[in-house]
Design a protein around this ligand. Sequence first.
Ligand SMILES: C[S@@+](CC[C@H](N)C(=O)[O-])C[C@H]1O[C@@H](n2cnc3c(N)ncnc32)[C@H](O)[C@@H]1O
Length: 289
Amino acid sequence: MSDVTHIPVLLEEVLQNMVSVEDGQFVDATLGGGGHTYRILERYKQIRVIGIDADEVALTIAEEALREFKDRVTLVRGNFKNLKEILQGIGVSSIDGILFDLGTSTYQIMGKRGFSFNDDEALDMRMDIREELTAYDIVNCYRVDELATVLFEYGEEEKSRRIARAIVETRKKKPIETAKELADIVAKAKWRRGRIHPATKTFQAIRIETNHELESLKKGVESAVEVLNPKGRIGVISFHSLEDRMIKEFFRNSPALKRLTKKPLRPERKEILTNPRSRSAKLRVAEKQ
Ligand SMILES: C[S@@+](CC[C@H](N)C(=O)[O-])C[C@H]1O[C@@H](n2cnc3c(N)ncnc32)[C@H](O)[C@@H]1O
């Protein structure tokens, strides 16, 4: 087991708001290190959890972390956009709750896979290494206008065109191989340095594009509503406004759902101090009618 841990965000809020059927069948659609699942299984002694993750490393870590609950857990490698097929594959047709905790886990960030701008690691950023498209392909092969669009739409990066041009100019000399090279190009193109790394938005955008994250999320939540039992709950923890906006609209416009959180639940100051990653987290919960 590695010595890094991923601290589950908004944990108490998840435990208090996500379980409506205490002996039900719950899905953790983004298992990660199994942090939320562990605490759900610990608190609700009769609940069963199906844990899904696209990343095989996450499943290995979670399997170890959840050993003591192995009779109540089923782990599946897959993309939550295929939720219905995944459930069918293990003979499950309906569920009582589902949690999506979006973004990357600490294991991925520390895993030298190009998610972090601090290390000299290969530009990969795939959550599922069976997929073909990598961050390297996007950075080195997209046209300048395509790159600018990705940065603007998925990163809400206001300097998108300037950064896209800097990327294309640099790669004319040689391919951009590492996350650090990309981070340095962006930092130079943006000039300004602040508390947040100047490449944060660029990295977010390229990660979203690499993993088709917004399409998967849309398909995932749509399928979730179909398989939820009445009174079953769906919760989404998002970390940026694109995802949060999508979920807010989806919950509001789904006739089958009743919103339980009109305003998203946010971490308390205490949580932000102990886990700065939680700073931008928002949890929205809805119940199937
Ligand atoms: C923030 S982490 C989850 C952490 C987890 N809740 C915990 O407490 O340990 C997000 C996880 O979701 C996975 N993931 C992201 N998008 C996915 C998708 N479309 N399908 C399946 N897993 C996905 C990532 O691989 C990552 O392991």
